[in-house]
Structures are given as C-alpha cells and as structure tokens.
Design a protein around this ligand. Sequence first.
Ligand code: UDP
Ligand code: MG
Length: 204
Amino acid sequence: MGTAVDASNKEVKKDVRVIFVLGGPGSGKGTQCANIVRQFGYTHLSAGDLLRAEIKSGSENGTMIQNMISEGKIVPSEVTIKLLQRAIEECGNDKFLIDGFPRNEENRAAFESVTGIVPDFVLFFDCSEEEMERRLLNRNQGREDDNIETIRKRFKVYMESTLPVIEHYNSRGKVRKIDAAKPVEAVFEDVNAVFASIDEKVAA
Ligand code: UDP
Ligand code: MG
C-alpha cells in the first residue's frame, strides 16, 4: 500500500496501490492491462498513451515529447510524472496499473520521491526481441515509432535503461515475471494467476 503525499508532506492525497507493468516494446503490456482491468478492476495508466495525448492536446511540451518518441528516447521524468500524478488524482479508483513506466533509474527514483508511492510489485513481460519486433511491425496502430529504425532504438534503450529498473525490483523480490512470448490467452492465464493470488492475500 503506497500513500501519495507531496515531497514536502503538505498535501496528503489518497491511499493508492500501484503495480508497474514493464517489458520491452511489443511485449503485450497494453493488451494484458486491458484484460486485468476487465477482470480485476484496476485503472490502466499507460505512460506512452498519456504522452501521446499530451502531444495531441497542443501542450507547450508537445513538440519536445514528439521528438523524443520518434527517436525512441525517454521523455524527462518531470513531464511524465506530472501526467501520471494528475491521472491518479483525477481518478476515483485507488488501484492502478502503470504501464511502460519507469523506463530508467531516474524515472523510478523521481516517481518515488515526488509521489511517495512505492509499487506493490512489478509485472514483467519477458519476451524475445525477435517476437517483439514481429508484433510491432504487424500491429498497425498508426504509431510513427513502429518503424524498424525507431524499433531498434527502442530495444537499445530498453536493454540499457529499463532492464536495470526491473533488476532493481527483482533484487528486492518485487518482480512477477511472465513468459510473454506465448499467445495472448495463455499469457493471460499466467497473469490471472498472479492477480488471483493477491486477491486471496487481501481477503485473508
Ligand atoms: N515514453 C517515455 N516515457 C515513458 C513512457 C513512454 O519517454 O514513461 C516514450 C518513449 O519514447 C517510448 C514511447 O514513449 O519509446 C512509447 O512508449 P510506449 O510505452 O507507448 O510503447 P512501447 O515502447 O512500450 O511499445
Ligand atoms: Mg504500450
């Protein structure tokens, strides 16, 4: 259970539970989050979707965000954290899946210190690069970063910056690893088992 407070502790916000959903581009985070929402009542916050909505809204940061995304680079923490924090505060729910964030150590440390929220655990979708590449090139969501050149850059950033975040939580016993190379339904069976066991613990 994380308590959201601001850094100076002036403004105490609501109690929230957060699960970080991590895995490479194309590992199925968004697809499985939709299943978890349906089955277990979490609110899904995709950091990438929030950033893309920010571009569309015509925000002053829009051009910067767009440039970062088309290069596969990580948007400055303060921008992403502000969007996540706002979404958490505006939402009536108290349990969230944060998908695609934190992407590097700086994201991770800044989120914890700014929001005071510590994740319950990390749901990690483990998938080979070959399979992720195949999915990204086939998904046709009209995303300008789903081209082979940008995909390669995103894989590199994932390996260099995001895997260490997963390792950070793994060394603290906080990672639930899922074999994400299987078909969607089979992956959801494994995801389901993770969430069903939490519900049992909460009920106990
Ligand atoms: N992004 C970012 N910070 C985040 C999440 C996303 O900078 O916390 C940017 C980054 O450029 C990334 C892009 O948004 O490559 C797409 O992220 P998303 O999670 O939507 O897609 P994925 O790479 O997981 O398929
Ligand atoms: Mg996604």
